[in-house]
Design a protein around this ligand. Structure first.
Ligand SMILES: Nc1ncnc2c1ncn2[C@@H]1O[C@H](COP(=O)(O)OP(=O)(O)OP(=O)(O)O)[C@@H](O)[C@H]1O
Length: 727
């Protein structure tokens, strides 16, 4: 490998040079240093413009592979295994097409993204905060990897979101973002955004997950969607995992973090986006998975796609794969440009990267103010244990120096002039690719939910077993009651227990609802679904399961207790339990959305159910309830209507003999223990109220979803948390 002595010196330094940057030591051997690939490109040249897009008639961009190769950083083979060096060179050079990618997927029309003087601030407690991103300027080109790096809370995610047009509503954006030279936002389908957390459906296989994503996102024919899925599987090297369940099952572990991350990215790739934004692609990944993922991303970029992502830290090998870096600290841009030039910039500013240290570690070490505390600790240790000079840098000084040096540097001027050129050359406007119709999306989501519920033991199978055990228990406790007047009170108790405990047991399905809501919120953020689509799909998919639960439990209870032997009465019983379960399920969805936390939701639902049981008119006759409990609580409890309806179903039209000649109507007999109506039709009115309640709770959920009420809840949670920590 050819070395350029005068240049490589910039990147060689001893560890002590970090503390005294101006006194850089001569290189101590050639075992570890950053080298340019042999080629005509000169290292001194601050920035290369050759890989700027040439807008043609069609939107396809030819990635200049040689240029990419020329700008790459290579790590000396003595420190990196030859095979890994090869991976770097092959993936970067792009000379050979990426293995596994079909001919059709080799060229993607990437988009050039330019941001100028971009600032973001966030509204907190009716005022806007200090800017979390301050006057950032940069660009990302087709076929390249652009990384936004910086310490925690430096504004990386905010900048990424601003570029993707995904800022939260509380954020205000200043400055300009140009897509292909035009001041615009990226339309739906032209870009993919991958969040930091992987929100996947655990009981689907990778292929199923991607199929459903394609069916939800893409318009057009099934065959096209199928080929998009297969391409995404190949592009993300997921072939070996395609038929594995994401969350695993009893005998098989779920997918490792690295593969889950790749599935999340593949989900966005099915849209064949021009640009891909990824928040922390290496989040939770070990070094091998991280390198594998970055090499895969490099391959995707080499097809023409523009990839921008945030990263806190990276290994040297991973760092070598980046094309451009935007270095942030506390919202300020300390550097934007090619990765090699960033090393040069640090060196020029008096902070050369010590040997045997990853560049990203060095950058973060120099600009992360959190290190100040550690420096204080180390200074004490230094007195006892010798030299700690490598962590002796004054962070605040380093940040100020780096910022000032960058502002006055040729790199900054070059970025400005490049941006001028990119804005001047107006490229093709990105168009929305359209999306699947609303009915298709409802059908797809309904089918996916049915599949998920049937595979999730805690949503249906576990509940079914619990319900049957409960009904068997209640049925055997209240068995053979007979039909005498004395059995009325016990029968009322049996019906009350059956309804109340059935509703209480429904809470066991809560984790499944929370998972479903999380997936929905993630898909909605990416505009794959909407609140109404989700709501209808969730309702339709839950109906068969709830009906099965109602019919099986009712049959066991009905015949063990010995209720009136008439088919129409049995069917009313089933319907009433079904409606009550549906109303309860809708309430559970509302609570699940508000908390999105199993513990809080369980506590809330148990409390609500117990209150509803108390005011249902069994422990105290409805009319005798104190006003406070009667209005509105007893009218809001669906238990009240269900139990009243079932007792009217059982006793209206019946009579009990009292002595030889007298008889009293069944309704009168029940009224001693429960307040019911004597009218034949009143039970249908109660059923109607249950149905209205089930729909009403769904409408409440729709409103909560539409008005994104969770962001207020999160804000309140954060306020409460910050108050409690300061106290
Ligand atoms: N929704 C929000 N509301 C209020 N402040 C926010 C919000 N999101 C982020 N911030 C604040 O904006 C600043 C930058 O946040 P950002 O998430 O962009 O940082 P980051 O560099 O990605 O760091 P990290 O890796 O720790 O997330 C932080 O101080 C953070 O507290």
């Amino acid at each position: 490998m050819e070395d350029t002595p005068s240049q490589s010196d910039h990147y060689r330094s001893s560890s002590s040079s970090a503390s005294s940057p101006t006194a850089a030591r001569p290189p101590q051997g050639s075992s570890f240093y950053y080298l340019r690939k042999p080629g005509p490109a000169m290292l001194r040249r601050p920035i290369s413009f050759e890989d700027s897009p040439e807008w043609g008639d069609d939107t396809e961009i030819d990635v200049n592979a040689d240029e990419l190769a020329a700008e790459s950083i290579h790590v000396g083979t003595t420190t990196v295994s030859p095979s890994l060096s090869k991976v770097n060179s092959v993936s970067v050079s792009g000379a050979s097409p990426p293995a596994g990618l079909s001919e059709a997927s080799r060229r993607i029309a990437g988009a050039s993204i330019v941001w100028r003087d971009l600032s973001v601030n966030i509204r907190e407690k009716r005022r806007y905060s200090e800017r979390v991103v301050k006057n950032s300027t940069g660009y990302a080109l087709p076929g390249t990897l652009t990384v936004i790096m910086g310490p925690a809370r430096s504004g990386k995610s905010m900048l990424l979101r601003a570029l993707a047009g995904r800022l939260p509503r509380s954020a205000r954006l200043y400055g300009e973002v140009f897509i292909n030279g035009t001041k615009s936002q990226m339309p739906y389908g032209s870009y993919g955004y991958v969040d930091r957390e992987d929100v996947l459906v655990d009981c689907l296989t990778v292929r199923e997950m991607l199929y459903y994503a394609a069916l939800l996102q893409l318009p057009g024919f099934f065959s096209e969607k199928k080929s998009a899925v297969e391409e995404a599987i190949q592009a993300m090297s997921l072939g070996d995992y395609a038929d594995k369940l994401i969350g695993g099952h009893c005998y098989m572990a779920g997918l490792p973090y690295g593969e889950r991350r790749r599935v999340s990215i593949a989900r966005e790739l099915v849209m064949r986006p021009h640009a891909l934004f990824i928040d922390e692609p290496l989040y939770h990944l070990d070094s091998v998975s991280a390198l594998l993922l970055m090499v895969t991303l490099k391959k995707i970029a080499s097809t023409g796609c523009t990839i921008v992502f945030t990263m806190y830290q990276s290994s040297t090998e991973v760092f070598g794969l980046f094309d451009r870096i935007c270095l942030l600290s506390n919202g300020n841009t300390l550097f934007f440009g090619e990765t090699l030039a960033c090393l040069q910039h640090f060196s020029n500013s008096g902070f050369p990267c010590p040997i045997m240290q990853s560049p990203s570690d060095h950058f973060l070490r120099a600009i992360n103010t959190d290190f100040d505390r550690i420096i204080a600790m180390c200074k004490t240790l230094q007195d006892d244990h010798g030299d700690f000079s490598s962590v002796n840098m004054d962070t605040a000084v380093a940040i100020r120096t780096l910022e000032a040096t960058y502002k006055s540097s040729a790199d900054s001027a070059a970025v400005e002039s490049m941006i001028g050129r990119l804005i001047e050359k107006e490229g093709p406007r990105l168009k929305s690719k359209g999306r699947a119709g609303i009915s298709t999306r409802i059908a797809v989501l309904t089918w996916r939910s049915i599949l998920v519920m049937s595979r999730k033991w805690n949503y249906f199978w576990m509940r079914l077993v619990l319900y049957l055990l409960l009904t068997l228990s209640i049925g055997t406790i209240f068995t053979n009651l007979g039909h005498s007047l004395s059995s009325v009170t016990v029968r009322v108790s049996a019906i009350f227990s059956f309804v109340s405990f059935m509703m209480l047991l429904s809470i066991s399905g809560l984790p499944a609802h929370i998972d479903e809501l999380k997936v929905h919120m993630h898909e909605e953020a990416n505009q794959h679904t909407g609140a109404l689509v989700f709501l209808l799909a969730n309702l339709f998919s839950s109906i068969p399961f709830l009906f099965l639960i109602s019919i099986s439990s009712t049959l066991v209870f009905y015949f063990l207790v010995g209720l009136r032997d008439e088919f129409s009465l049995l069917m009313y019983f089933v319907l009433s339990i079904f409606m009550c379960l549906l109303a309860n399920e809708s309430l559970m969805m509302v609570v699940a959305y508000i908390w999105l936390d199993t513990f809080k939701c369980t506590m809330t639902l148990i409390f609500l159910n117990v209150i509803m049981m108390l005011v249902a008119g069994y422990f105290r006759i409805h009319d005798a309830l104190p006003q406070l409990w009667k209005y509105p609580l007893s009218y809001l409890a669906f238990h009240t209507y269900c139990i009243q309806g079932l007792l009217e179903n059982e006793y209206v039209g019946t009579s009990f003999a009292v002595g030889e000649i007298r008889s009293i109507p069944g309704v009168m007999a029940v009224r001693g223990s429960y307040d019911i109506s004597a009218s034949e039709n009143y039970k249908w009115f109660h059923l109607l109220i249950l149905m209205i309640m089930a729909i009403g709770y769904r409408i409440i959920l729709l409103l909560l979803l539409c008005f994104n009420v969770r962001r207020w809840i999160i804000k309140c949670d954060l306020c409460w948390f910050s108050k409690s920590t300061t106290a």
